[in-house]
Design a protein around this ligand. Structure first.
Ligand SMILES: CC(C)(COP(=O)(O)OP(=O)(O)OC[C@H]1O[C@@H](n2cnc3c(N)ncnc32)[C@H](O)[C@@H]1OP(=O)(O)O)[C@@H](O)C(=O)NCCC(=O)NCCS
Length: 274
């Protein structure tokens, strides 16, 4: 809630994600999510279809911690994973919000809802024939999903960084060239640009992780030019194996509002040689 302390709009409600990306349109709750207790928890879902991506979807929503109850898992027919047994309710709530959005996406794609289990490395285990990605920040959650066996998805939402968070990103997640680009322009503010580059790197990590199969750090990719209004390019700085060679460029889609930045990417990996 602290994110909204300086910006109270819409009669006291936080501004919606349409501010961050105008293509978001309201989504009507489907299936088990129509239960009042779940609508109260996830009240305002928005969605966007992504042209040119073979039916990929983004769904996003606020999730309200004060309406979270453990029983909501059962109500929504979602397994409560053992990794959440020791988690505080905020963490349980954000996990549930992501799975609920993923179920809505499956219904929109004409599929039955299938469990998205948790792998031992904590990444989501998407069912065969589906690729997706989940992110949450504060009280917002987003999910990117598409059909396909050889597709990769990545999504990330971040609060525009300030204070220590901004300093950490500038120091640990960007190199000197990237810092110079960000500090040398007036096209966007430094916090917005730093947040976008950080978020794009997290999106790239989620996108490639299923293929790479190991952790790789923020120095593995970098910007060489400033983003356009819609796209940020990241170039690999080292070889991640197979076709993921140094210099390979990934186009990450971006959206940004006064408080949040959003990034996402889908990749057809069927042409990649291993
Ligand atoms: C894994 C990581 C990307 C998650 O990002 P985050 O900002 O902490 O949190 P987000 O809310 O955006 O994302 C969390 C979701 O990511 C997903 N996730 C976790 N590990 C993942 C992985 N290895 N691969 C793909 N997705 C993963 C999960 O769905 C998780 O939500 P859930 O547990 O509720 O299902 C982050 O913790 C991390 O390790 N980053 C460092 C690696 C990196 O970004 N390198 C830069 C490469 S250029």
């Amino acid at each position: 809630m602290r994110y909204w302390s300086t910006q109270v709009q819409n009669g006291g409600r936080p501004p919606g994600l349409s501010q961050v990306w105008p293509a978001f349109a309201p989504h009507l709750h489907l299936g088990t999510l129509r239960h009042p207790s779940l609508i109260a928890f996830l009240p305002e879902i928005v969605r966007a279809s992504l042209p040119g991506t073979n039916g990929a979807l983004l769904l996003a929503s606020r999730f309200l911690h004060e309406h979270y109850r453990n029983e909501l898992f059962e109500r929504a027919d979602i397994n409560f994973p053992t990794i959440l047994l020791a988690a505080i309710s905020r963490r349980r709530a954000e996990f549930l919000a992501g799975r609920l959005l993923a179920h809505q996406a499956q219904l929109l794609l004409g599929l039955d809802t299938m469990e998205i289990a948790v792998n031992s490395d904590r990444s989501p285990a998407w069912p065969v024939g589906l690729a997706g990605s989940i992110s949450h920040t504060g009280e917002w959650c987003i999910c990117a999903v598409t059909k396909g066996d050889q597709v990769l998805a990545g999504v990330d939402i971040e609060t525009v960084p300030s204070g220590d968070a901004l300093s950490s990103i500038m120091e640990y997640c960007l190199d000197a060239d990237e810092r110079a680009l960000i500090l040398g322009t007036e096209r966007r503010s430094v916090p917005q640009l730093a947040g976008l580059v950080f978020s794009a790197k997290e999106t790239l990590f989620k996108l490639l992780y299923p293929r790479v199969g190991r952790y790789f750090g923020f120095d593995t990719a970098k910007i060489r030019e400033l983003p356009t209004s819609t796209t940020l390019r990241l170039y690999l700085t080292s070889n991640l194996g197979g076709p993921l060679e140094t210099g390979k460029c990934f186009e990450i889609r971006i959206g940004s509002g006064p408080n949040h930045v959003l990034t996402w990417a889908f990749e057809d990996s069927s042409f990649w040689q291993t």
